[in-house]
Design a protein around this ligand. Structure first.
Ligand SMILES: Cc1cc2nc3c(=O)[nH]c(=O)nc-3n(C[C@H](O)[C@H](O)[C@H](O)COP(=O)(O)O)c2cc1C
Length: 365
């Protein structure tokens, strides 16, 4: 198989990639406790995956309020910043690049996980279905508290401060997480946003918080080091919208002139039925690198690049058990399967103990 495009370097804004095999953000819930601090096993995990053209970090809490899941890392304390500095140093030593995914979960949280014991916040007081992953186990989601209009500038400031902290920690840039049913996505889509102020109702109003957040983060980083992730068809975390095409066409039209590093589009994930959604319409509206994600393999990614449906592709699950994914693609080595039981939480097992193909082949020789 010819994978010429996947291995053609690409400069996205200010970020130069050696190849187009990007590691998608993957929550693995293994931060040190107490304090949700990146530590030695996280350093080793990211170091092992530094041959990706770019690593996008696991979703990272921008503030205590932005936390939704036990054992996920943050970027709001000095200890967390120092922990991430170890990660970025290790990736850079290996010649890799890494950006931080900035995350506020909104309603996908629980009082148990909130540092102040308060209710999770959201655009509207509507609970998602399902359960929160807390230190005390799975607990039913609660009806969140609808944010007051005068609190929204504070949300933007949380993102801004986290972006400043990410810079201090030595990242190559940041990705604003506006996908998968978290706070910004909750504002975007009308299944979760029933507000009647400037941040609800019309598509332009629902896009406002994401656009204000992106503007604030760009002030910190410069436009060429900021990406945005969206999941227009995703239903994860009880998401729905009455007209996703119009909504995301508008959002991307507004994002394009900002001059971002990239637009990261989750095309398929967790029940998202992409049938009928026109992703090419988003690509056409975005004057920058379009990063496709969702169930891609080497051949389908190469085909997407060849057909100019995307500029770069990110891979999630394949990076879990294949730390050397670019080499496996390049040399057509077999892919290892990830153990589903060790995706979230725990320590080295199912995390840093997946070998590279060449080291396992050497051992078996
Ligand atoms: C274990 C796991 C953790 C994930 N964590 C995140 C995350 O932190 N942030 C995010 O935006 N997406 C997250 N995702 C979604 C992936 O980034 C990706 O969109 C999805 O797995 C589909 O891509 P793939 O088919 O290449 O795996 C996660 C997916 C999995 C399987």
């Amino acid at each position: 198989m010819n994978l010429e495009k996947l291995f053609t370097p690409l400069t996205m804004g200010e970020i130069a990639l050696e190849n187009r095999v990007v590691m998608a953000p993957l929550t693995r819930s293994r931060a040190a406790q107490p304090g949700d601090i990146p530590h030695a096993i996280n350093v080793e995990y990211y170091r092992q995956r530094a041959s990706a053209g770019l690593i996008i970090s696991e979703a990272t809490q921008i503030s205590p309020q932005g936390k939704g899941y036990a054992f996920t890392p943050g970027i709001h304390s000095a200890e967390q910043i120092a922990g991430w500095q170890q990660v970025t140093d290790a990736v850079h030593q290996e010649g890799g690049k890494i950006v931080l995914q900035l995350w506020h979960v909104g309603r996908v949280s629980h009082r148990e996980v909130q540092a102040d014991g308060g209710l999770p916040v959201a655009p509207s007081a509507i609970a998602p279905e399902g359960q929160a992953f807390t230190e005390k186990g799975l607990l039913d989601f609660e009806v969140p508290r609808a944010l007051e209009g005068d609190e929204l500038s504070g949300i933007v400031e949380q993102f801004r401060q986290a972006a400043i902290n990410a810079k201090q920690a030595g990242f190559d840039g940041v990705e604003v997480h506006a996908a998968n049913g978290y706070l910004l996505d909750q504002f975007l889509r009308d299944g979760s946003n029933k507000r009647d102020d400037n941040y609800g109702g019309s598509i332009a109003n629902r896009a406002r918080l994401t656009l204000e957040t992106v503007a604030a983060v760009v002030e910190v980083w410069g436009k060429g080091r900021v990406g945005v992730r969206i999941s227009p068809t995703g239903t994860f975390n009880s998401m729905s919208d009455s007209d996703p095409q119009a909504l995301f066409n508008h959002l991307v039209e507004q994002l394009s002139p900002v001059g971002l590093s990239y637009l990261h589009v989750v095309e398929r994930f967790a029940g998202a039925d992409a049938d009928g959604f026109d992703f090419a319409a988003l690509r056409a509206r975005f004057d920058g690198a379009y990063m496709a994600n969702g169930a891609y393999g080497a051949a389908s990614a190469e085909q997407s690049l060849q057909q100019s449906a995307s500029d770069v592709v990110s891979f999630g699950m394949p990076f879990i058990a294949n730390p050397d994914l670019p080499a496996r693609f390049k040399h057509q080595y077999p892919l290892a399967e990830a153990d589903q039981n060790t995706l979230y939480g725990g320590a080295e097992a199912g995390y840093t103990d997946y070998p590279s193909y060449e080291s396992s082949a050497a051992l078996n020789a």
